[in-house]
Design a protein around this ligand. Structure first.
Ligand code: FAD
Length: 444
């Protein structure tokens, strides 16, 4: 996990610690490998119960099982609670005959049999904490929330996104106040170029557990109930949460979900292995300002709009470079504040047309896509200041400006900013043929 996400996580813990303190409780952070941490503390603190957030990721499933064994050995009870998702994915799988529903439509049908998700756990109050005041454990400094310096995190890599429940709730309220915006929310109409998120921007908060998806779901239900009309899944806000749930469900029952090999739902493609081209994409050196601006925002801030994620994912995979989605997924995993095992891999498979999505003939143009909603290129000017003096007509393709115009803009292409690394038209036509071939072979 990258430095930005570490900072976000530490800020979130700090905020949790502060909020718990106000209720007369506290948060103790123990660093170490979970098995030895438990062995060391169970007897010392007389621990009788351990609770875990149930997760679908194999690493956590294994941890869950290991802690259960430890519980039997050391004599503590283990509670694994479903809190990170709206539903217990096992129930969805059971209703679908033990297999994951592979289309969103089918998924919604199964959910309709289940009804609404469980209501969120009510917030704890000071009285609750009064009843379970922490014992005096004679604690020392080593149980404090670590500081970034303790983890040797570079202090310059600070994201404008602040971690913590307090900030997450503030953002939630700020969006919900505008009920018209909530009820008419239509995902494809939100704009990727906006300098501030045009969607809720809540994903980092859901991801590390600052905000409950159930709280969000029920707040939306209440607003919908008071409105004459509201948008519907897949494009509505509640529909977005259901996409999240969809990927969790499929991931929970698909072996090797984050890989191509051994993954039964993933098209098997011979992608190119090209470390140099991958590096250019990752470090915003493709020569396509729209793509490089997005990759710069990702590296500097840790969050990019959904359609911006579409643009760079398509470019890396089936669009231009024909490099495996697994490589892109790993870069996102490192740089995104909201990096998530199931959602990240699910969307990468989708965008590379390896699973779920079949309109593979639609390839995003790295010049026209951004231009549609931001003809002046404000977004590019912000994230790639080297290009900021180009007139709008060149901002998406500065290599088409004459030498004189490049001089006037103070940026010589090939020297101050790279030439495009591929000819988009040729590369995308070629890749489309490859994709057609793969699909024909594999369907046969
Ligand atoms: P909103 O539009 O406000 O939606 C509200 C919530 O719904 C989000 O916070 C998120 O929890 C959920 N959601 C929205 N879109 C999706 C989606 N397509 N799939 C699943 N859940 C969704 N999202 C992550 O949270 N973690 C990831 O690692 C991640 N990787 C992605 C990789 C690629 C290649 C792509 C194309 C998308 C990825 N997404 C990921 C999905 C989506 O882009 C983000 O969830 C969304 O942009 C977050 O912004 P928001 O909170 O403003 O979303």
């Amino acid at each position: 996990i990258g430095a930005l996400r570490w900072h976000f996580l530490l800020q979130s813990l700090e905020d949790l610690q502060k909020n718990l303190c106000q209720l007369g409780s506290c948060l103790l952070v123990i660093q170490g490998e979970y098995e030895s941490v438990l062995r060391d503390h169970v007897q010392k603190w007389n621990i009788t119960q351990v609770t875990l957030d149930a997760e679908v990721e194999p690493f956590y499933k294994e941890m869950d099982a290991n802690i259960r064994c430890l519980g039997e050995e050391l004599g503590f009870e283990v509670l694994s609670l479903v809190a990170h998702s709206l539903y217990d994915t096992k129930r969805i799988l059971d209703l679908n005959g033990g297999t994951p529903p592979l289309t969103y439509k089918r998924f919604l049908h199964v959910l309709s049999l289940l009804g609404d998700p469980e209501v969120p756990v009510r917030n704890l109050t000071a009285e609750d904490f009064e009843r379970c005041r922490p014992p005096d454990l004679g604690l020392d400094e080593s149980y404090k929330v670590p500081l970034p310096a303790d983890l040797k995190l570079p202090s310059e890599s600070l994201s404008p996104w602040r971690g913590g429940e307090t900030e997450g709730l503030r953002r939630l309220e700020q969006h919900l106040i505008d009920q018209g915006w909530v009820t008419s929310f239509t995902k494809p109409r939100t704009i990727p170029k906006s300098l501030l998120p045009s969607t809720t921007g809540l994903s980092p908060y859901f991801s590390v557990g600052c905000l409950s998806v159930r709280t969000f779901f029920y707040r939306l239900s209440n607003i919908y109930a008071q409105a004459k009309h509201h948008s519907l899944p897949p494009v509505s806000l509640q529909g977005q949460l259901l996409w999240r749930e969809f990927f969790y469900t499929v991931a929970s029952a698909t072996p090797n979900f984050t890989k191509m090999a051994g993954n039964p739902i993933c098209l098997q493609i011979r992608w190119y292995e090209d470390a140099e081209r991958l590096h250019k994409w990752k470090t915003a050196q493709t020569g396509f300002p729209w793509i490089d601006a997005i990759m710069t925002q990702l590296r500097q801030e840790g969050w990019i709009h959904h359609l911006a994620r579409h643009a760079v994912a398509c470019f890396l995979t089936r669009g231009d470079l024909w490099i495996s989605w697994e490589e892109g997924m790993k870069v996102f995993e490192e740089l995104l504040l909201d990096a998530d095992y199931s959602i990240n891999a699910g969307n990468w498979m989708w965008l590379s047309a390896s699973a779920f999505f079949h309109q593979y003939t639609r390839i995003f143009c790295p010049v026209r896509f951004g231009k549609r909603t931001d003809p002046e290129g404000q977004y590019i000017r912000k994230y790639l200041p080297v290009l900021k003096n180009f007139p709008s007509k060149y901002i998406y393709e500065p290599w088409t400006a004459s030498e004189e115009e490049q001089k006037q803009a103070g940026c010589i292409i090939g020297q101050d900013y790279p030439f495009p690394m591929v000819n988009h038209k040729e590369a995308s036509d070629h890749n489309l043929q490859l994709m057609k071939q793969v699909r024909e072979e594999q369907y046969r």
